[in-house]
Design a protein around this ligand. Structure first.
Ligand code: ADP
Ligand code: MG
Length: 236
């Protein structure tokens, strides 16, 4: 059996109260294994982003626990939580979340503690297909696909143990989206990182090792893909 990296235990996240109570997460439990690509699938509003944000230490649950390598991050405060976010987690968003006043290279370098690690940032940008000239450009000078590559490089450069992707292709056309998925799959296969991809696009699930379907804040279904498809072969 593969090694567990994350244990999600009885996670609940409630908003509002009384008649306006929303159970964004309603007792969700599952494990994540080292080096797997896990897809969390579900319609808009089912709790996917809430779940990812809690795993990433950007939001806290109403109840329940998130254990990483056996340590409960829901008990972390202040500096410990900040360090967790900085060191263990790479976050890839639908709309990239790059800093507009920084070049691609500076955006990537930002996520390293030592600001002088130019070489590593350059190497990582090359790895995601953004060579020499592109690195010096600002986000506004880049296409959506290129901006997403920068944000992937930003997650990779710090060697995060877990990469969380919230609708990473949601703002991209199909062809560009597929290229991004190929890159993400390549990263997991070659670098052995653990990746959780949240999406409402059903066919994307075919490239995962495992798929968890959410509905109304609960796990509806879980399946293992014995033969995950190559991102190239996904049809949508
Ligand atoms: P998804 O990412 O699957 O679209 P979300 O996790 O964003 O879903 O939202 C799950 C549910 O929680 C939705 O009903 C949403 O309206 C609600 N929700 C999310 N964030 C908040 C918030 N800050 N305040 C109140 N309700 C929220
Ligand atoms: Mg969402």
């Amino acid at each position: 059996m593969a090694e567990k990296i994350l244990e999600i235990k009885n996670l609940k996240k409630y908003y509002g109260k009384g008649d306006s109570l929303v159970k964004a997460l309603d007792d969700v439990s599952f494990d994540v294994y080292k080096g797997e690509m896990l897809v969390l699938l579900g319609n808009s509003g089912c709790g996917k982003s809430t779940l990812l944000n809690i795993i990433g230490g950007m939001d806290s649950p109403t109840d329940g626990h998130v254990l990483i390598n056996g340590e409960d991050i829901t008990q972390y405060k202040d500096k410990k939580l900040t360090n967790y976010r900085k060191e263990k987690i790479g976050f890839i968003f639908q709309f990239y979340n790059l800093l507009p006043d920084l070049t691609a290279l500076e955006n990537v370098r930002m996520s390293l503690s030592k600001k002088d690690e130019n070489h590593l940032s350059e190497k990582t940008l090359e790895l995601v297909g953004l060579g020499d000239q592109k690195m010096k450009q600002y986000p506004s000078q880049m296409s959506g696909g290129e901006q997403q590559r920068v944000s992937i490089a930003r997650a990779l450069v710090k060697n995060a143990e877990i990469i969380l992707c919230d609708e990473p292709t949601g703002a991209l056309d199909d062809k560009t989206g597929r290229k991004i998925l190929e890159l993400l799959q390549d990263i997991v296969r070659k670098q052995g990182q653990t990746m959780i991809i949240v999406t409402h696009t059903t066919p994307i699930a075919d490239m995962a090792n495992r798929v968890i379907t959410l509905r109304d804040g609960k796990i509806e279904h879980e399946r293992v893909n014995e033969h995950p498809l190559s991102a190239k072969d996904i049809v949508w």
